[in-house]
Design a protein around this ligand. Sequence first.
Ligand code: DC
Length: 210
Amino acid sequence: MPMVIAIDGPAASGKGTLARRLAAHYGLPHLDTGLLYRGVALTLLDAGFALEDEAAAARAAAALIADRLADPRLRERAMGEAASRISSVPAVRAALLTWQQSFAGNSLGAVLDGRDIGTVVCPDARVKLFVTATPEERARRRHRELSARGEETTLAAILADIRARDARDAGRSAAPLKIAEDAHVLDTTDMDADAAFAAAKAVADRARSH
Ligand code: DC
């Protein structure tokens, strides 16, 4: 039976690292669904449209091609912000839903990480994790990551971003960030990446043996 692992959580919670490690461990394909929203935002901005142009955003989502997802600009701080904005447009979400569900539906199974994987994209996933950490700890992690890539920012600016993104991602009416009823919550505030992986693997192994 294919194993789908759904990983949700707020910005900079460590869910991406965890998803990559679980995918490598179980030999499953991995989709970072945040990249799809970032890809739509980038397509829109490159074509000269405003982020508020919902019709253009819906067209960009319907026409999004995989090649776009390798663009290094997608990882920039501003693109996360832009992605969060366009992700509240229902037609954008609908177009990306098909993409995500066909990825999850392959015969092996898959690991997907995002905001609404366990609640909307893969409600029947065998394993659901909700990865979180305090806003301060997430800001510290994101700051380290961006500094290592040479992006100059302050910790205070990132913390403000994270709080704004949390509010927007959880407050929107279309598929808001929330904990699926059957998700295991993993608070990684006091865990390093190895400890988080061990905890997540224990949850997945338990689910697999049932
Ligand atoms: O995970 P990320 O920071 O790359 O995501 C960028 C934005 O995309 C996030 O703030 C909200 C949106 N997003 C979403 O609405 N649903 C998802 N499954 C993944 C991301």
